[in-house]
Design a protein around this ligand. Structure first.
Ligand SMILES: NC(=O)c1ccc[n+]([C@@H]2O[C@H](COP(=O)([O-])OP(=O)(O)OC[C@H]3O[C@@H](n4cnc5c(N)ncnc54)[C@H](O)[C@@H]3O)[C@@H](O)[C@H]2O)c1
Length: 252
């Protein structure tokens, strides 16, 4: 097993990629903190992991709230003793709203979850990692973090920020035994569509221009396998970079 004895925190783990990552990590021997805004969903994931003999706990946490982030990491440490792996996965879409139609409210909400949440969990685990001189962070960015029109302006900017943050943390803490990488998934079959409540027609039309180039949608389990690689010692020489997983969509 690749994560035997490791303690992993996964945000947004009630659904989609976070759920698949939590399940795979538990199957690989990790003790998993299944965290989500929706705690019932997280508890269902924990029950599934336990039914297969794995070890997990559910913690309610809104990554956009500093007090929730504090409590998430503190509870993980009090329950499991430490944190070895942080997977920043929680994220929302932005209704494909283009720059000219953006509201401060939408911009702030998308950044609070997709970007500030990543910063806050990272800020909170780094003292633990630096003291132990080991730790791994994997951020779920997006093809929209590397390209210009996979979503609206706020989502695109929020995920580009995650890519920059990933590289900064990866380099700055490299000599302290800490690695920080990101995954840029293409289209993956999850429940994220439920966060697209009122798509902006102009922005969506502009975002969909390249969809004909997409070879196929991915499954959450395919992203979980990339996360396992990045979280395990198999990727010991991989740091401060972004792994694209999109069936070749962005290679054109
Ligand atoms: N699905 C895709 O096509 C795709 C592509 C590229 C990147 N991503 C990214 O992958 C990540 C996971 O998304 P998914 O597709 O699995 O979506 P999903 O909606 O299936 O799962 C996301 C989970 O995050 C939780 N969540 C939302 N806001 C939260 C908050 N403030 N605090 C804590 N949890 C919160 C939700 O309750 C949900 O359980 C996101 O960061 C998303 O931007 C998705």
């Amino acid at each position: 097993m690749k994560l035997s004895g490791k303690v992993a925190i996964v945000t947004g783990a009630a659904s989609g990629m976070g759920k698949a990552i939590a399940e795979l990590f538990a199957a690989e021997g990790a003790q998993v903190v299944v965290s989500d805004l929706r705690v019932e969903g997280a508890q269902t994931v924990v029950a599934g992991i336990e039914s297969k003999g794995g070890k997990a706990i559910a913690i309610a946490a809104n990554v956009a709230k500093e007090e929730d982030v504090q409590q998430l990491i503190d509870t993980a440490v009090s329950e499991f003793g430490t944190v070895d792996i942080l997977i920043n996965n929680a994220g929302i879409m932005d209704n494909f709203v283009p720059a000219g139609d953006l509201t401060d409210e939408l911009w702030d909400r998308v950044f609070a979850i997709n970007t500030t949440g990543v910063m806050r969990t990272t800020r909170k685990v780094l003292p633990i990692f630096t003291e132990r001189k080991s730790g791994v962070i994997v951020n779920i960015a997006s093809a929209g973090g590397l390209n210009g029109s996979r979503a609206g302006a706020a989502y695109t900017a929020s995920k580009h920020a995650v890519v920059g943050f990933t590289k900064n943390v990866g380099f700055q803490y490299a000599n302290l035994g800490i690695r920080c990488n990101a995954i840029a998934p293409g289209g993956v079959s999850t429940n994220i569509g439920t966060t697209i409540t009122a798509p902006n027609p102009f922005g969506m039309e502009r975002a969909m221009v390249g969809m004909g180039l997409n070879p196929r949608a991915g499954e959450p389990e395919e992203i979980a396998k990339v996360a396992l690689f990045l979280a395990s010692d198999d990727s010991s020489f991989v740091n401060g970079t972004v792994v694209t997983a999109d069936a070749g969509w962005t290679a054109y």
